[in-house]
Design a protein around this ligand. Structure first.
Ligand code: TYD
Length: 136
């Protein structure tokens, strides 16, 4: 559950003069079953989202349209990913603090999640996340 697990996954892409098609099957293209999908849209310029970690949730984050950055922090190191392709997804394993910023105008951030929404699965306080991360 550290930064090495968080990778850009290249999703299948069927190219066609009529338009491209990408598909995602849980446990085949990504390492979890999909129980929930949500998306961020109409994000105002300069806005920041995220600012939390999950105890058990796995997620795949995709820039369906436009672009944005995801900053991941496993308590040891921070890494910034620029997402701008709808056939690539950033896999985020549990116990990773994430922030999203640098949203382009009209961008859409789609997230596939391994479980239903559960506020009890969140760390919304960074100090609490760090204490849990390092069990101090
Ligand atoms: P939040 O997770 O804080 O958004 P972000 O990832 O940008 O920080 O969620 C914002 C609000 O939406 C919060 O009140 C919880 C609610 N919410 C749901 O009800 N269901 C969901 O699946 C998600 C992701 C959020």
């Amino acid at each position: 559950m550290s930064m090495e697990n968080c990778i850009i996954i290249e999703l299948p892409k069927t190219t066609d003069p009529r338009g491209n098609l990408t598909f995602i099957e849980g446990m085949r293209h990504i390492p979890f079953d999909i129980r929930r999908v949500y998306y961020l849209y109409d994000v105002p310029g300069g806005a920041e989202r995220g600012g939390h970690a999950h105890k058990a949730l796995s997620q795949l984050i995709i820039a369906m349209s436009g672009s944005f950055d995801v900053i991941l922090d496993d308590g040891m190191e921070k890494k910034r990913f620029h997402l701008n392709r709808s056939y690539q997804g950033l896999y985020v394993c549990p116990m990773i603090w994430r922030e999203l910023d640098n949203f382009s105008s009209g961008s859409v951030c789609m997230v596939r999640a391994s479980n239903e929404y559960d506020e009890a699965d969140y760390y919304r306080d960074y100090a609490e996340f760090m204490r849990a991360r390092w069990k101090v």
